[in-house]
Write a protein that binds this ligand. Structure first.
Ligand SMILES: Cc1ncc(COP(=O)(O)O)c(C=O)c1O
Length: 328
């Protein structure tokens, strides 16, 4: 076996290598990326890279957020951007641009991608500099963003979950959407190893917290919609939108009430229906938890009514919720 490691002396050779990986891919999943390090939008996936000395890469000093792209509209972009900047401020990361510029970049990048369905993912980082712990050597913060071309549809089948044994993050780290997702990854892997979809965190006081990248909600036997309060977990944009829309089901008598509060594990396990809530779902029914049926073990009727409300909102909700992308 030849163990001599190639040394690429020209950037052309490296570029060729990077492009080889993509040449066999039928459909390019990332049609555009923005990087403040390049100062523009790129379309070649082989070049969608970030510097190795970026504080986000080697110290996890970065925050991120998302937005769903549905029929050429960015769903809840402003709510996600507000949370993004709150996360950045909690992580002591400044932005290289004002909010309005970040927003314009995201819209222009989506337009350049020509993609109409999928999602955006974007990051603010302390930026490239050196490999030290302090970010003082990182001269400028960085903003990165990517468009992900993806198809998705309303979730109609229920999934199984377990209670996570992986310790959850403390409130400071759970309430900001930072890039340190190792507990979340391990919690998801634990669920998959047990043949289930995802796991549920319960906090050290015994109250329900959230899933690894989703919020969780319950319908009690008295037809109350309850969600754990957001003080120790991520304030989900989808969950907050659901809280705004669900009172419609109270008005027509299908739901008794809508609230956020502390929910014990015992109360949660006794609920009639259970669901995950998050961007890209927007609602996923849960039918089994720790090998026990949730309610009657079938996809809940009220869960699906709530899913319809959110799905409708994503497809044809008010202009304030859906930013139209001007494609050229
Ligand atoms: C830990 C965690 N909780 C909840 C959510 C759901 O939030 P959203 O509805 O804004 O996607 C996410 C996903 O962003 C998450 O990572």
């Amino acid at each position: 076996m030849d163990l001599s490691v190639p040394v690429f002396s020209s950037s052309d050779e490296v570029l060729k290598k990077l492009q080889e990986k993509w040449s066999s891919v039928k459909k390019q999943p990332y049609p555009a990326m923005y990087s403040s390090v390049f100062g523009g939008i790129i379309l070649d996936p082989a070049l969608m890279v970030i510097p190795i000395d970026d504080h986000m890469v080697h110290r996890g000093h970065g925050v991120f957020d998302t937005a769903m792209l549905m029929d050429g509209h960015l769903y809840e972009l402003d709510t996600h951007l507000d949370r993004f900047l709150r996360s950045a401020s909690q992580a002591k990361i400044s932005s290289p641009f004002p909010r309005s510029t970040l927003r314009t970049i995201l819209i222009q990048m989506t337009s350049a991608s020509q993609c109409r369905k999928g999602s955006l993912r974007y990051w603010l980082s302390a930026g490239p500099g050196d490999f030290l712990l302090s970010p003082s050597g990182c001269s400028e913060p960085a903003f990165y963003a990517v468009v992900i071309d993806d198809d998705y549809s309303q979730c109609k089948d229920g999934v199984k979950v377990i209670t996570s044994t992986v310790p959850m993050k403390s409130p400071l780290f759970a309430t900001m959407k930072n890039v340190n997702y190792l507990p979340n990854v391990l919690s998801k892997m634990e669920a998959e190893e047990k043949g289930t979809f995802a796991s549920i965190w319960v906090d050290d006081e015994g109250y329900i917290a959230e899933g690894p990248n989703v919020n969780v909600a319950f319908i009690t036997k008295d037809k109350e919609l309850v969600l754990p309060s957001f003080d120790k977990i991520l304030g989900g944009c989808t969950a907050k939108r659901l809280l705004a829309l669900a009172p419609k089901l109270v008005e027509n008598g299908r739901l008794g009430s809508v609230s956020t509060r502390d929910i014990t594990l015992g109360e949660a396990k006794d609920s009639a229906e259970m669901m995950f809530i998050g961007s890209g779902l927007p609602i996923l029914p849960i039918i089994e938890w720790d090998e026990q049926h949730v309610g009657d073990g079938m996809v809940g009727e009220l869960t699906m009514a709530l899913s319809d409300l959110l799905w409708e909102d994503m497809l044809s909700g008010p202009e304030t919720q859906r930013v139209r992308v001007p494609y050229v």
